[in-house]
Write a protein that binds this ligand. Structure first.
Ligand code: ADP
Ligand code: ASP
Ligand code: MG
Length: 445
C-alpha cells in the first residue's frame, strides 16, 4: 500500500479536491491510504474562533463558526452539483453542532485549555475528510481510533507500538487495490479517547506514522511546491527543486525551518526505511523530491533553511567555566526547567545557547543566577546550511562568511552529524542573509 498526504492548500476548495480525487483515482491500484489536512486555512480559522470565544466574544466566535460552515457547505455543494448526499449533510451538521457547543463552552468559561483547543482544532481535518471521502466514495476512518498519543495536548507524542496494533485492526482490513481509505492528518487520541493534535503542520507526521505502521511502499507528501527546494521560495524566489535528499539532510532541513515538512516526519520513515516523496498537487507530472535511505547526495551544501525568532543566552562564570562540572550544572538547570536548547557554542569563559523565543525563562534565569551571569539577546534567527559534504569541503566556511558581507554573524555551530552548519544573525537580516548565501553557495552552477 502507499500513503498519499494532501496539505491544506491541496484541498482548499472544490476545484482542488477534484484535482486530488484524480490523483487518488490514479493511485487506486496501489491500495492508497489518503491522509488529508484541513481545507485551506481552516485550522487558523478554528484557532481564531477559539481565541475569540476565550475573550468572551461569543457573537464573534459564532460568526467565525458560520463562515467556516459556509465555506465547507459551498465546497460540498459544488462537488456534488448541489445534491449533497443526506449522510454527508447530516455529518456536516453534527460536526458544526459540535464546534458550536465547544465554542459556547469556551466563551462561558472564558478559558481555553490546550485540551479544549485540540478538540476544536480537530474539526478541520474531520470536516475535510468527510467531504472528500463522500466525494470519492472511499472508506472514512477516524484517525483517533488509530493514532494513539500521550496527553500533551497541542503537541502530543505518538506511540508507535500502539499505532501499529490499532492500524492493523482498524485500517488494514479496509485497504486494498481499487479502494481509497481516507483519514485525517494532525489529530490523534489518548488511550482514554481524548482528542489530541501533533502540533501545527502535523499532518506530514501523521502520514509518516501511518506509513510506518502499515509498512507502506512509499509516503507521498502532496503540496504546493515541486518538492523540497534549495530554500524557502517565499524568501528566495530562484530556489530550485532538489531531486533527492538523504534522510539526514531532510531531517535537518525540517528541524531548522523548512516548512514543507513537519520536523518529526522523517523519523518514522527512517525507522521503517520507507521512501518519502514530496510532490506538487497541481503539477503531478512535474519535478519532485525523493527522500530515502539509499540517497547519497554528496553535495557540499544542498539547501538552506531558517528559523526564528530565537533568543541567545550567553552564560558566563569566571569562577567555574574551566572547572569540570560547569556544563553539567548548566544543562541540569535547562533540563529541570524544561527549556530545550538548539545550538551551543562554548568559549573559555562563556557558553552561548539558543532557545525558542517563546520559552518561559524566568525560573531558568533565577536558577542560573546562583552560579553565573547571563546576557540575553532576543530577536535572533538561526540560518542552517545543510549538505552531506559540508564538513569535508575546504574553504566553505570562508565562502559562507564572505557571502554574508556586512551581515554580522553572532554565533556559529557545526551540527554533531557534520551535515549542518548553523549561524545566528539578527532576525531582521534573515531574508537578506538567505538570499546572499543562496546566490553564492547554492544557486551557483
Ligand atoms: P501543506 O499545506 O501542503 O502542508 P505547507 O504550507 O505546510 O504546505 O508547506 C509548503 C510550503 O513550505 C511551500 O509553499 C513553501 O512556501 C514553504 N517552504 C519553506 N521552505 C521550503 C523548502 N525548502 N522547500 C519547499 N518549500 C518550502
Ligand atoms: N491543519 C493542520 C495545520 O494547519 C495540520 C496540517 O495542515 O498539517 O496546522
Ligand atoms: Mg504543512
Amino acid at each position: 500500500m502507499i500513503v498519499l498526504k494532501f496539505g491544506g492548500s491541496s484541498v482548499a476548495d472544490a476545484a482542488c479536491m477534484r484535482q486530488v480525487a484524480g490523483l487518488v483515482a490514479a493511485a487506486l491500484p496501489k491500495a492508497p491510504l489518503v491522509v488529508l489536512s484541513a481545507m485551506g486555512k481552516t485550522t487558523n480559522g478554528l484557532f481564531a474562533a477559539a481565541k475569540t470565544a476565550e475573550g468572551g466574544d461569543l457573537a464573534g466566535a459564532m460568526e467565525r463558526q458560520r463562515a467556516l460552515m459556509a465555506a465547507h457547505r459551498l465546497a460540498a455543494s459544488d462537488l456534488f452539483g448541489g445534491a449533497v448526499p443526506e449522510s454527508l449533510d447530516v455529518a456536516l451538521t453534527d460536526l458544526f453542532g459540535e464546534l458550536e457547543l465547544l465554542l459556547r463552552g469556551v466563551a462561558l468559561l472564558r478559558e481555553l485549555s490546550p485540551r479544549s483547543m485540540d478538540a476544536i482544532a480537530s474539526l478541520g481535518e474531520r470536516l475535510s475528510t468527510r467531504i472528500f471521502a463522500a466525494f470519492v466514495g472511499g472508506a472514512w476512518v477516524d484517525a483517533r481510533t488509530v493514532l494513539r498519543t500521550d496527553e500533551v495536548f497541542g503537541e502530543a507524542v505518538p506511540q508507535p507500538e500502539a499505532i501499529r496494533a490499532l492500524a492493523a485492526e482498524h485500517m488494514r482490513p479496509l485497504l486494498g487495490p481499487g479502494r481509497a481509505v481516507v483519514t485525517q492528518g494532525y489529530i490523534g487520541a489518548t488511550a482514554d479517547g481524548l482528542t489530541t493534535t501533533l502540533g501545527r503542520g502535523g499532518s506530514d507526521y501523521s502520514a509518516a506514522l501511518f506509513g510506518a505502521a502499515l509498512a507502506a511502499e512509499e509516503v507521498q507528501i502532496w503540496t504546493d511546491v515541486e518538492g523540497v527546494l534549495t530554500c524557502d521560495p517565499r524568501i528566495v524566489p530562484e530556489a530550485l527543486p532538489i531531486p533527492d535528499l538523504s534522510f539526514a539532510e531532510a531531517a535537518e532541513l525540517a528541524a531548522f525551518g523548512a516548512k514543507v515538512l513537519h520536523p518529526a516526519t522523517i523519523q518514522p520513515a527512517v525507522e521503517a526505511r520507507i521512501p518519502v516523496t514530496v510532490r506538487h498537487t497541481q503539477k503531478p507530472e512535474g519535478r519532485f523530491t525523493t527522500i530515502s535511505a539509499e540517497v547519497r547526495t554528496g553535495r557540499p551544501i544542498t539547501a538552506l533553511a531558517s528559523r526564528g525568532p530565537v533568543t541567545v543566552l550567553t552564560v558566563s562564570s569566571t569562577r567555574m567555566l574551566a572547572q569540570s562540572g560547569f556544563l553539567a550544572r548548566l544543562f541540569e538547570v535547562f533540563g529541570r526547567r524544561g527549556v530545550s536548547v538548539d545550538l551551543v557554542a562554548t568559549a573559555e569563559v562563556s557558553v552561548s545557547l539558543t532557545v525558542e523565543a517563546d520559552e518561559p525563562l524566568k525560573a531558568l534565569l533565577e536558577d542560573l543566577a546562583a552560579f553565573a551571569t547571563v546576557e540575553i539577546h532576543e530577536h535572533r534567527a538561526i540560518i542552517a546550511a545543510v549538505g552531506e559534504r559540508l564538513k569535508s569541503t575546504p574553504g566553505l566556511g570562508a565562502k559562507l562568511l564572505t557571502a554574508l558581507g556586512d551581515i554580522n554573524v553572532e554565533m556559529i555551530s557545526m551540527g554533531a552529524n557534520e551535515i549542518n552548519l548553523s549561524l545566528v544573525v539578527k532576525e531582521e537580516c534573515t531574508a537578506e542573509a538567505l538570499r546572499r548565501l543562496h546566490r553564492v553557495l547554492v544557486g551557483a552552477p
